[in-house]
Design a protein around this ligand. Structure first.
Ligand code: MOS
Length: 719
């Protein structure tokens, strides 16, 4: 037995670690290559699977010429709808959602979109599998397809998704008629992709009657649950590990490759690895639907809203109903006597869209926050002031009180630091050579939730501690943040704490999603580590096997009082628009956030900046282009799909105000998604201020800027 000692500083008290800037605990492993990702963990006897994707956008598989492929070097098997194991798909999974049938591979001969998995070729090496997969001839009975998304589709219908489709309060027509100022505008955003740096990859094997999957995902608990349901297995007989994950953004749930790998491992009784190529990710990893949004605002002359309507349309596939709920953000941000919102979808012959960083809020805030900017201009009210005048006292739709709504503080602090007070509101009058200069702003919110999780904390005789939780660090720095939270709960230095994550055997836990990961895991760790500390404090000796305390936050989180719980932000941008080339350059950007207690300022700033950069990218660059003749993408790679890179991101700052959540044991709200919300609107509003032209269609490409500037003769310098 070893006596427990509390580490103390010179003052006799261990200083808190939460709130101090720390480099990633696994940073050295990552930069030296010691960290292994799902596609590179070695296994004896490993076989490699390569997915074959359909080349038609709609139809049926008539036949597959597998015999010649099976005769190719190293080829072990070809799985398709005729011989693959049957799956159970009639269940409700995470968030009460049905499984996306795209992951239930090889169950029927129907092809619902181009890029649909039609076979898996398994071979001794990845090269042999790829060669054989590319050789496999598949005959289709092709049917006409429809992939074109427009705002006018007759089949558009409301869909609830993870929030109600439609909300309605008050008489919209009457309030619009009584308004001194009305804005009625349509905004569109294109199909956008969240291809993370690390491609989706999984290795599956059976080991002593248990299925083990080494995977790149946003939640081991999630993947275990879905695989157990699909393959009708006892969840206890499935183990999913994902120690390091190179990005997710909503795309890394259960997808075709994990399921195909498990099928092949089962059939061959060998470990099988399936890795998606970048190109395959464009059809199999999910994406953000294009949106068409109409916003109608009616206000009194002083800018106070009487009417607010936000109607959004997104697309989904014909096999899975996923809605991008863009109209949801209006239910939090602004109130009006008449307040109507609606999320609708139309099903087309395209891959299933999915969650992508701030699903709903990202495109929704573009439309809503641009509309507010249009209203500010029409009313002659400063855009920051307009938002302050429209701060609601209670949830506009829910009627619930706000728990910690610090949007006004973000707006004021952001305006002060950006130098907003000196702004001349007139559009198209500032010039720097052939560039027109402008500034714009937008407000932001994102839900601050928590979900039940379990964790264990173990005290070892040598005075160190191990914390285990099925968390996923998808590049956010979660592992490091959790180390700081555990250290504070134990009141020891973080160097004495080892946090182990990414293993479903650690017990059920929330996914890295909905900006809820770090908060939900911290809650469970705080509880387990706090109780462990209490036990040690009363003098418990530590036996050789250690002392372990387990926590489960189901009851504590269930007891949270209903309220509107959100993070907030204010985004400010300055742009320079070259009227000869149409190029828009962001010159500086500032985001001020109220997003709970910040656990690790170093990685938190990184998260927020990443979101803001994505907003720049969304405003100016990102657009997946579909060739409607084939139904597939043009340039499904990171050369053809443009994203903001270093030269596009000159000087941006993210900071925060004090906003500790009193209802959270650590004070956390969550910062994963708030950074992107409003960012594209701030840039678009700045372009309007610079050029005098309002761009309601993203991205604001050079050709769009040029053709719009031509229509405004005064916008050209020297004219
Ligand atoms: Mo996120 S879109 O909740 O991974």
């Amino acid at each position: 037995m070893t006596a427990f000692t509390t580490e103390t500083s010179a003052t006799g008290v261990q200083a808190p670690s939460v709130g101090t800037a720390r480099t990633r605990v696994e940073g050295r492993d990552k930069v030296t290559g010691a960290a292994r990702y799902a596609g590179e963990v070695p296994f004896a006897g490993l076989a490699h699977g390569w997915l074959v994707l359909s080349r038609v956008a709609r139809g049926r598989i008539r036949s597959l010429d597998t015999a010649p492929v099976l005769a190719m070097p190293g080829v072990l098997a070809v799985l398709d709808h005729r011989n693959a194991p049957r799956l159970e798909t009639d269940y409700t999974g995470l968030l009460g959602m049905r499984p996306d049938p795209t992951c239930a591979v090889f169950q029927h001969d129907r092809v619902p979109h181009l890029g649909w998995p039609v076979a898996l070729v398994v071979a001794e090496t990845s090269e042999q599998a790829r060669e054989a997969a590319e050789t496999l001839v598949v005959h289709y009975e092709q049917q006409p397809h429809e992939t074109e998304f427009t705002g006018e589709h007759p089949d558009a219908h409301p869909v609830d998704g993870h929030m109600p489709a439609v909300t309605r309060k008050g008489d919209l027509d009457a309030e619009l008629a009584a308004s001194a100022v009305v804005v009625d505008a349509e905004y569109t955003t294109p199909e956008e992709h969240h291809n993370p740096m690390e491609p989706h990859a999984a290795t599956a094997r059976w080991d002593a009657g248990r299925l083990e999957v080494i995977d790149s995902n946003q939640g081991a608990t999630w993947v275990v649950g879905e695989l157990a349901s699909l393959f009708s297995l006892d969840p206890a007989s499935v183990r999913v590990r994902s120690e390091h994950v190179g990005g997710g953004f909503g795309s890394k749930g259960v997808r075709a490759h994990q399921v195909a790998a498990v099928m092949a491992a089962t059939v061959l009784q060998r470990p099988v690895r399936v890795v998606l190529t970048r190109r395959q990710m464009f059809s199999l990893a999910g994406y953000r639907s294009p949106t068409s949004q109409r916003v109608r605002l009616g206000a009194d002359a002083d800018g106070r809203l009487r009417a607010l309507e936000h109607r959004a349309l997104s697309l989904t596939s014909t096999v899975h109903e996923f809605v991008e709920p863009s109209a949801g953000v209006a239910r939090v941000m602004y109130d009006a006597d008449a307040h109507h919102t609606a999320n609708r979808v139309v099903a087309l012959d395209v891959p299933s869209p999915t969650f992508m960083r701030a699903p709903g809020e990202a495109p929704g805030s573009f439309a809503l926050e641009c509309a507010l900017d249009e209203l500010a201009e029409k009313c002659g009210v400063d855009p920051v002031e307009l938002r302050l005048r429209n701060e609601p006292a209670r949830g506009p739709v829910s009627g619930l009180p706000f728990a910690g709504r610090n949007l006004a503080a973000c707006l004021r602090e952001g305006a002060r630091r950006f130098g907003w007070a000196d702004r001349d509101p007139r559009p198209g009058v500032r010039r720097d050579g052939r560039r027109l200069l402008g500034t714009g702003m937008a407000a932001a919110s994102f839900p601050a939730g928590a979900a039940p999780s379990t964790a264990t904390a173990t005290a070892h005789p040598d005075g160190t501690f191990t914390v285990r939780i099925s968390a996923a660090d998808i590049g956010t720095g979660a592992r490091t943040a959790l180390t700081l939270v555990a250290a504070d709960a134990l009141r020891v230095a973080p160097e004495r704490v080892r946090v182990r994550i990414g293993d479903s055997d650690f017990g059920p836990a929330m996914i890295a999603g909905g900006s809820m990961g770090t908060r939900s895991w911290s809650w469970a760790i705080n509880e387990a580590a706090g109780e462990l500390r209490d036990r040690l404090a009363i003098g418990a000796g530590v036996p050789p096997e250690g002392i372990t305390v387990r926590s489960d936050t189901t009851a504590a989180i269930g007891a949270l009082a209903p309220a509107e719980r959100h993070s907030y932000g204010a985004q400010f941008a300055e742009v320079a628009v070259d009227v000869d080339t149409g190029e828009v350059r962001v010159r500086r950007m500032l985001g001020i956030f109220a997003a709970g207690r910040i656990v690790n300022p170093l990685t938190a700033r990184n998260q927020l900046l990443g979101g803001m950069i994505w907003g720049i990218s969304m405003a100016l660059h990102e657009e997946a282009v579909r060739d409607h003749a084939s139904g597939g993408h043009v340039g499904a790679d990171l050369a053809g799909y443009h994203v903001a890179t270093h030269a596009d991101v000159p000087r941006i700052e993210a900071d925060w105000i004090d906003d500790a959540d009193p209802d959270d044991p650590v004070g956390i709200k969550g910062i994963g998604e708030i950074g992107i919300v409003g960012a594209a609107a701030a840039v678009a509003n700045a372009v309007r201020h610079a050029t005098g032209v309002r761009h309601r269609t993203l991205p604001i490409r050079p050709d769009r800027v040029l053709s719009a500037v031509e229509e405004v003769p005064d916008a050209r310098p020297g004219s």
